[in-house]
Design a protein around this ligand. Structure first.
Ligand code: SF4
Length: 635
């Protein structure tokens, strides 16, 4: 059945492997995926450990509904103490890995210790083996997958792999579970690299027994209609997530030339419609009807003929607006390079753009760049720096350390040009005109992040009654809610609500485009309650799901506080408050974030979470959620 999958503890130092069932009580408390990973991380990672040392662990998981008859239940979560931020590390990816892992009998892997020499983990229908990886160390992520499939003689094996970036401990190295399925944020690939773990390969043919199969199929049909009848998803099915970039750039919400402007002008070559012309059509993750993932072959230049997938919204910003480039080819090539090297597209683009601003400001010189002219708009420099970062060559070695460590090494005024929160670079969006989105970035539990609590529908200016219908369930809310996307009032609740919604969807293993993110009528707590019951037999009300997500989010907060996080870390770079936007539609110009109003928003946000004025969960909040005794080492 869907609830009989296990957690496997794999110690790479000793070679010991232990498997345990997951008690129903723990599932009800944390669901699975990111939610249950938060619980495991808080229990198994000792405070203050070196993120790149053997005492850190990598937690790989499938959400509660992954592999069932619920659609788009494709998501794999990977967690651990972040080598980039030192706080809660977490990345989420689509594709096929987590469903295959469940078909092989496991919901959660906890990989501890450090192997003496390169290894990979092989999981096949309930069995786990640690195998020699000497022949794949040094290979890129695509080569790794293909060599393992050949070695084990099965083309259907799904592989989670690190590339050279992870081997070289680039602090924002990712893990890849397919050509473009990337667990990109917070450096999870560096954790596996530090353990000499090149890959985890899975193959499973064990059925997941569905509790009420016919009703589950019928109900899921309704959910699919809800998802694909949404205009935003129909657009994504045609041109991918790049359409978000195009729409955002049109009004002036795109971080450009690091943070110097908020719109890339004359950008026809990188508009999503043009990228679509270069694409070979779309593909999808496990069980998804939206199929938002582009496929392409690079048409010209030294990389001509190479196949890859994407580019996503994030890669378009990372390799166009941020470095001030206007070439589709640069996006497609850079996207390919970060995929095969296994480094985070967003962090890579941001670090390059920051270095370009430092170069133009004279803080970095030709001596630092080994003669590379690191100016905005230099396409060759962007591509060259992707190589240098992954290989840790020259300036690339410094940029591979991430924003805060790199600024410390470069010195001078370099820190003030950074656009980061908690040591993680911001997305390529510019939130100076959108206080709700700015708040989400400042307070997110894994550092600057748009996928933790972004109330993106705030940008639609929906009427207040519609917002109230959405944001007043499953817990009642009668506080302020305002329709205008430039207001500060009522937004703190929207961020707090959205954080809980996204924690739930990550714990269930459903893609965020299938819930209330970019469309107001997408499935949510009510639908999840029914899907959980029909697929797993667990009876959880919408409020039970909300509470499970809230529990996990509080554990993430506790994890961060234990690692030294304070209120001052929930804050944006000074540039948000001091430098005005200069481009875009008239009401997007001349905008900064107001420090006083923003401080009040943070106060409200803490209050809505049941945290004190320092952002620490109050004892009564933890007691109410039943986590006042954590860490408890129950599993
Ligand atoms: S919407 Fe896109 S990212 Fe989400 S599951 Fe479908 S194909 Fe994957």
């Amino acid at each position: 059945m869907a609830l009989d999958r296990k957690v496997a503890y794999i110690n790479l130092t000793t070679g010991e492997i232990e498997t345990k069932p997951i008690p129903i009580k723990i599932r009800e408390m944390f669901l699975g995926g990111r939610g249950l990973d938060a619980y495991l991380m808080y229990n198994h990672i000792k405070p203050g450990v070196d993120p790149l040392g053997p005492d850190n662990a990598a937690f790989i998981s499938a959400g509660l509904l992954v592999g069932t008859l619920a659609s788009a239940t494709s998501r794999t979560h990977i967690g651990g103490k972040s080598p980039l931020t030192g706080y809660f590390g977490s990345a989420n990816m689509g594709g096929f890995f987590a469903p295959e892992m469940r078909f092989a009998g496991f919901d959660h892997l906890v990989i501890k210790g450090k192997a003496e020499k390169p290894v990979y983990i092989w999981i096949n229908n309930g069995k786990i083996e640690i195998r020699d990886a000497a022949n794949i160390w040094g290979k890129d992520t695509n080569e790794t997958r293909e060599i393992i499939r050949q070695e084990l003689g099965d083309r259907d094996i799904t592989v989670l792999a690190i590339g050279i970036g992870g081997e070289n401990l680039v602090r924002y190295a990712n893990v890849m579970t397919g050509i473009k399925n990337s667990g990109g944020r917070t450096g999870m690939g560096a954790i596996l690299g530090s353990k000499n773990c090149k890959a985890v390969a899975v193959r499973g043919t064990m059925d997941i027994k569905i509790a009420h199969p016919e009703e589950a199929l019928e109900y899921n049909r309704r959910v699919i209609n809800q998802v694909i009848s949404t205009k935003v998803n129909r657009e994504m099915g045609k041109i991918g997530t790049g359409f978000i970039w195009g729409a955002t750039n049109s009004w002036g919400g795109v971080r450009t030339r690091n943070f110097q402007t908020n719109q890339l002008e004359d950008s026809d070559d990188v508009e999503p419609e043009h990228i679509e012309e270069l694409s070979m059509g779309m593909t999808a993750c496990f069980g998804c009807q939206v199929h938002c993932r582009g496929k392409y072959v690079i048409a010209s230049g030294p990389y001509a003929g190479i196949y890859d997938e994407g580019p996503e919204y994030t890669s378009m910003g990372a390799f166009a607006a941020e470095p001030g480039c206007k070439s589709a080819l640069t996006i497609l090539v850079s996207n390919h390079l970060v995929n095969i090297y296994g480094i985070d597209t967003l962090e890579t683009g941001s670090m390059i753009a920051w270095a370009m601003e430092l170069y133009e400001a004279g803080i970095l010189t030709d001596k630092d760049t080994d003669g590379l002219e690191l100016r905005f708009g230099n396409d060759e420099a962007v591509i060259e720096m992707c190589h240098r970062i992954a290989r840790r060559e020259g300036l690339g070695d410094i940029l591979a350390e991430g924003p805060l460590r790199a600024a410390e090494k470069i010195g001078k005024d370099s820190y003030k040009y950074l656009v980061q929160v908690k040591g993680m670079s911001n997305l390529n969006s510019d939130e100076r005109a959108t206080p709700a989105l700015a708040l989400n970035v400042a307070v997110a539990s894994r550092g600057s992040d748009h996928l933790r609590g972004r109330p993106a529908i705030d940008l639609y200016g929906l009427p207040e009654p519609v917002l109230r219908r959405i944001y007043s369930q499953p817990v009642p809310y009668d506080g302020p809610l305002t329709s205008h996307w430039q207001d500060y009032e009522g937004k703190a609740w929207m961020v707090r609500w959205q954080e809980t919604c996204f924690e739930a969807v990550d714990a269930l293993g459903i893609c965020k485009y299938h819930t209330l993110f970019l469309g107001p009528n997408l499935p949510n707590f009510d639908e999840w309650s029914r899907l959980i019951y029909l697929n797993t037999g667990l009876e959880m009300s919408p409020l039970d799901i909300w509470n499970a997500a809230d529990r996990a989010y509080n554990i993430e907060r506790l994890f961060n506080i234990r690692e030294g996080l304070t209120r001052k870390d929930d804050w944006l770079s000074d540039r948000y408050y001091d430098e005005e936007t200069t481009r875009g539609i008239p009401i997007a110009r001349g905008k900064t974030i107001d420090r006083k109003k923003f401080t009040k928003m943070i106060d409200e946000y803490y209050e809505y979470h049941g945290w004190d004025e320092n952002g620490v969960p109050r004892p009564e909040t933890l007691k109410k959620l039943g986590i006042d005794k954590e860490p408890s080492h129950k599993l």
